[in-house]
Write a protein that binds this ligand. Sequence first.
Ligand code: SF4
Ligand code: SF4
Length: 312
Amino acid sequence: MDTKKVTNNTEGLVFNIVHGSFVDGYGIRTTVFLKGCPLRCKWCCNPEGQKSKPELKYTASLCNGCMKCIEVCPADAIKKVITESGEKISVNRALCTDCFKCIDSCFTGALDRFGKYYTVDELFDVVRRDMNYYRSSGGGVTIGGGEASIQSEFALAFIKKCKENFIHVAVDTCGYTVSEQAFNVLAEADLLLYDLKGMDAEHHIRDTGKSNELIIANLKRLDALNIPIIIRLPLIPGHTDSDDTIIKTAQLLSSLKSLDRVDLMNYHEYGKVKYAQLGIDYKLSLKALTEEHLSEIAGIFGEYSIKTQIGG
Ligand code: SF4
Ligand code: SF4
């Protein structure tokens, strides 16, 4: 791995750290979410992970209407609004320059930010506190996002640091890497959590903004490296759940030699609140797949001798 350009003082932009996760790989894990993603999936449940910069977070339920933030905003981006639950604010994102001056004036926590910079050493200090859980459960650290490989220099240096300390590293990826260095982030993983969002290139562009060709090509390259792979399949009604899509996915996966299992990720709207905090409309409104439909999909994979798990 080439990490000559980076040091442990290299900074990465992190938008969340989850301790004690059972759903991001083997054992008990600490999952670090890096900001920035090349895709724009319509069903994304981490919209705060898409942009590669810190963003203003406004939680209306915490706002007490004191209006102190309006006084400090240099861009005139905040205005008072009357809502059913009293006086609140509204942020004009087109005017906001992300200076974050308003956050310091807000004592209720209604204004905050998505995204904090850590050096490799600072982030490692956070994850090493869970070392006993990794050791006792066969767990480790998972790097996700956003897209884990997009801050490739930082991710490579962080993986190196974890490995020097004998911590298992899983990388959760959309598989869309635009540089060889980004691909190397995936190649350095001990375990890959690899998202597949459909087999049809045109539909993939419609739903994510990018073609799936590079994603499938990278999956085949990684398979040759003998890294265990868990495929994560978001099942979005009317987008990724047709029998045709599932059969084509199973056909592709049955040719892999490093495949461990496929996680069937049912549609949910847990991320909706974060769209509101970013001032973005949540456009999808779908019904999750039934238990019966999930069982049918698991059955199709079973016909190709592929193990499945509901959820990840
Ligand atoms: S400073 Fe905070 S609590 Fe006061 S109006 Fe602004 S967002 Fe609401
Ligand atoms: S981040 Fe800066 S520009 Fe944006 S609303 Fe807050 S004070 Fe105004």
